[in-house]
Design a protein around this ligand. Structure first.
Ligand SMILES: [Fe+2]
Length: 293
């Protein structure tokens, strides 16, 4: 059965119809979804009324899972599956997190443009986020295509950035918002890791800029110069012609490829409305420095 694919944006992102994720996909369907991902990088599946077990089974069928969630207070986990990230404003008892809650303040870092798990030695491949409770306004997720952003760079900039290696850490992205309430153990766990600034996207063969709010330095560069360049590149790469904004509907499952996109959460009234999203994440094949360019 062929999937019904409808583009959502001129350069990337598509809605895909003809899927029912209540049952895990077979090899042929996995290959079709992968093919759509290779081209569009962001795929939206509407009306998937699935539970945690079904979301878990779908992710497992798509590839190797990330073994660990990276968050503060990781022991306060509300969900059944250890590997499923709780992207909500709820505490383990199901109450809305207070305005001064540490996990809430940490999670505000998701409002910055980033690529999931770029701060891990082997970063994330696909993220798969499912909407269980959607606020009536706000809370969109924006995506930016880092392949289109690369293509639009001047040749001189491409030559400058192609060989560069950056340090990524959760400590850096949270510092951008003034959050530094990490424990000593978290500072050890979130120590910086190196990643290439320019990658070749294995799915499409295209080049992409591997940007993320988690970047805190470029190897061999003075830090202010490094961060000024990263800021310029991020401004370039998140111009509106490269951005698809996803307005969530109940039971949307959105899959994105962290190897060639960035994303950010948009605000909503999180002291008034519940937003309950759950994410499964696939692990990439290797650290970016070990991948072909
Ligand atoms: Fe994210």
């Amino acid at each position: 059965m062929a999937l019904d694919i409808r583009p959502l944006h001129p350069v990337f992102a598509a809605e895909v119809y003809g899927l029912d994720l209540r049952n895990p996909p077979d090899a042929d369907l996995v290959a079709q979804i992968d093919a759509a991902m290779h081209q569009y990088a962001v795929v939206v599946l509407r009306d998937q009324d699935i539970d945690d077990d079904q979301q878990y089974a779908f992710a497992k069928a798509m590839g190797p899972l990330e073994p660990n969630r990276a968050t503060v207070d990781a022991h306060l986990h509300r969900l059944k599956h250890h590997e499923m990230a709780d992207i909500s404003n709820l505490d383990p008892q199901g109450s809305i997190l207070a305005a001064d809650n540490r996990r809430r303040l940490f999670n505000l870092g998701n409002r910055l443009w980033h690529s999931d798990s770029s701060f891990k030695a082997t970063p994330a491949k696909y993220s798969m986020l499912h909407g269980r409770v959607i606020p009536p306004e706000g809370g969109e997720t924006e995506f930016a295509d880092m392949r289109a952003a690369w293509d639009a760079l001047p040749d001189a900039t491409k030559a400058t950035i192609e060989p560069l290696v950056c340090d990524h850490s959760l400590l850096y992205s949270r510092a951008l918002l003034g959050f530094d309430a990490f424990t000593e153990q978290e500072r050890i766990d979130f120590a910086p890791v190196p990643q290439r600034l320019v990658r070749r996207h294995a799915g499409s063969g295209r080049r992409s800029i591997y940007l993320s709010a988690h970047i805190g330095n470029i190897y061999g560069w003075p830090r202010p110069e490094a961060l000024a360049l990263i800021r310029d590149l991020t401004e370039h790469a998140t111009q509106r012609q490269f951005v698809y904004s996803h307005a969530w509907r109940l039971h949307d499952l959105v899959i994105w490829d962290n190897r060639c996109t960035m994303h950010r959460a948009r605000p909503y009234d999180d002291q008034r409305y519940v937003r309950d999203m759950r994410r499964m994440t696939l692990q990439d094949s290797a650290p970016t420095l070990e991948q072909p360019v």
